[in-house]
Design a protein around this ligand. Sequence first.
Ligand SMILES: [Zn+2]
Length: 195
Amino acid sequence: MAKIVFRDRSNSLSEDQKNIIRAAFRHALVIQRLVEQDFNALMNVPRRRRKRAIHDYGKIKKWIGIQKRGRLRRIARRVSKLRKWLENRRILVVFHEQEDFICADTRRGASRGARYISPVIRFHMCEDFFNGSGNRMADLIIHELCHEMGHLHAINDRHADILALAAGRDAHRVARNPLTYQGLFREYTVEPINV
Ligand SMILES: [Zn+2]
């Protein structure tokens, strides 16, 4: 499991809350394994039939759409990278007072440059993190890790936009969007994101 280190800027983070955060990271990894299982099965389909085989994986089709082989491979690699990060990386959770740091991302991401990868994964959060269910916490972790990989989305993107793009001719546009992976991962829980 990733090593999680806390930096508490609020001076109010309790041991219970730290345990909830650790559990959320573990839960994200549990979901990741389910997602990766489907991708592995899909990538094992012979190349010629792979694109068509996406239709057999309803959850992937819903959030990713029908992708060309090369792009599908890159998406599958991102999914495994999420596992490697959740398994091995050192993750610094910076806990802030009040303000919603959970997705203050478009600017943060943009200012760091899309390709910048820090040796330590920094994860900003605040009390709001605890408002959601365990599945919700896990999907926020996935969303933020995608930003750490350098992926961005437009300020007003919504999950509904991702689904619409995935279903249409512009499915390639969902391939790097954190909202895509967030929605996909939640699809593997008992409470998929409602759009
Ligand atoms: Zn975001």
